[in-house]
Design a protein around this ligand. Structure first.
Ligand SMILES: Cc1ncc(COP(=O)(O)O)c(C=O)c1O
Length: 348
């Protein structure tokens, strides 16, 4: 039986979390003289003088409806980076515990491990960018607390095999994080719908990609109530501003716009993929389930620099293991993609 509290760092088992008088009184009406706020209002036109809901209940209720999960299974953070960092702080003893990452993958897992002085054991993906489950099994020891799986994976673009993710979820006794930042661009179902089946699963999603809200900083973690109770205990009390909560709640009235944008991006992905095939210096275009392509070409760094001179900015991944000679290209607007293709043709 998976028990998140048994994984928790010892000193946190006794932690008394921050509490406020609003934990004792839940109403919106009243004479609020408990939090040393300014009773007169704000210096802005709209009033922001009261602290926001620390657990973002209204927003979670709406996200729960959209995602088809219970709001008790949702944690909201300042980008996905916040829950990633909180997981290290909750479960990994610095200098002792370790986590497994599967490069080439999203860079923040390793950076967050380094910040927290936790060893990140690197188990490379296979040559076709899938999970190497046997190698993961060999790398795990009794101090391994978290396995990070990114699917669709950044920077390779592909979904890893679902049965391999399931295999990791079944054999591993710690937490398996499945990062689905790009899930809106793939055709498979989200692992967030399978929390009952896998008590050790935590799924990450974000409003930064398909929803077009990167500047607001809003990430979602879906997991058991037991895991989320731990994250809630150690997070900063008011981790999401009132402005973010209000803005996103309003934006979520407009679901069709997000669907329309995803449809457009998928269309643009298709035509960009076709156009890239016509560029002789591009040797490989990897299959993608996300809103970007990984391509390999000769002289990747040189091409990258030449494009920057023309104010076309791609992501140079040519020095990353298994991505040698690789550049990551985000799918842009039709116009942006045309400019890129034109520039690449001229470089040819
Ligand atoms: C796989 C993956 N996860 C998470 C993030 C970051 O998301 P957020 O903006 O919510 O911090 C990114 C950003 O590029 C990403 O590629």
């Amino acid at each position: 039986m998976f028990d998140a509290n048994a994984l928790l760092r010892t000193h946190l088992q006794k932690l008394v979390p921050y509490s406020s008088a609003r934990d004792d009184y839940k109403g919106n009406e009243g004479v609020f003289l408990d939090a040393n706020e300014n009773p007169l209002g704000s210096i802005t036109e709209e009033d922001w003088n009261r602290y926001p809901d620390p657990y973002q209940k209204e927003l979670k209720t709406r996200i729960a409806q959209i995602k088809g999960v219970r709001s008790e299974n949702i944690f909201l953070g300042n980008g996905s980076d916040e829950p990633i960092d909180l997981l290290f702080r909750a479960f990994c003893e610095p200098g002792k515990d370790n986590v497994i990452i599967n490069p080439p993958t999203y860079g923040m897992y390793k950076v967050s491990a380094d910040i927290n002085n936790v060893e990140a054991r690197e188990v490379l993906l296979t040559a076709n960018y899938d999970l190497d489950v046997e190698a993961i099994k060999s790398a795990v020891d009794e101090n391994t607390k978290i396995i990070f799986i990114c699917s669709p994976n950044n920077p390779t673009g592909n979904d890893v095999s679902l049965d391999k993710i399931e295999e990791v979820l079944r054999f591993f006794k710690g937490i398996v994080l499945v990062d689905e930042a790009y899930v809106d661009f793939t055709s498979r179902q989200s692992f967030a719908l399978r929390l009952e089946e896998f008590p050790n699963l935590l799924v990450l999603q974000t409003f930064s990609k398909a929803w077009g809200l990167a500047a607001l900083r809003l990430g979602m973690a879906f997991a058991s109530e037991e895991i989320l109770a731990i994250l809630n205990k150690i997070k900063a009390p008011y981790n999401l501003s009132g402005l973010v909560q209000k803005t996103v709640l309003k934006a979520l009235e407009n679901l069709e716009k997000k669907d329309r944008m995803v449809d457009q991006i998928l269309k643009n992905r298709e035509s960009l993929g076709e156009a890239l095939k016509q560029i002789p210096m591009i040797k490989t275009i990897f299959p993608t389930d996300s809103n970007f392509f990984l391509v390999k070409l000769e002289n990747a760094s040189e091409v990258y620099k030449k494009l920057i001179e023309q104010k076309i900015i791609l992501r140079d991944r040519s020095k990353v293991a298994l991505c040698e000679g690789g550049i990551r290209i985000t799918v842009g607007t039709e116009k942006e993609n045309e400019l890129l293709i034109e520039a690449l043709k001229n470089l040819n």
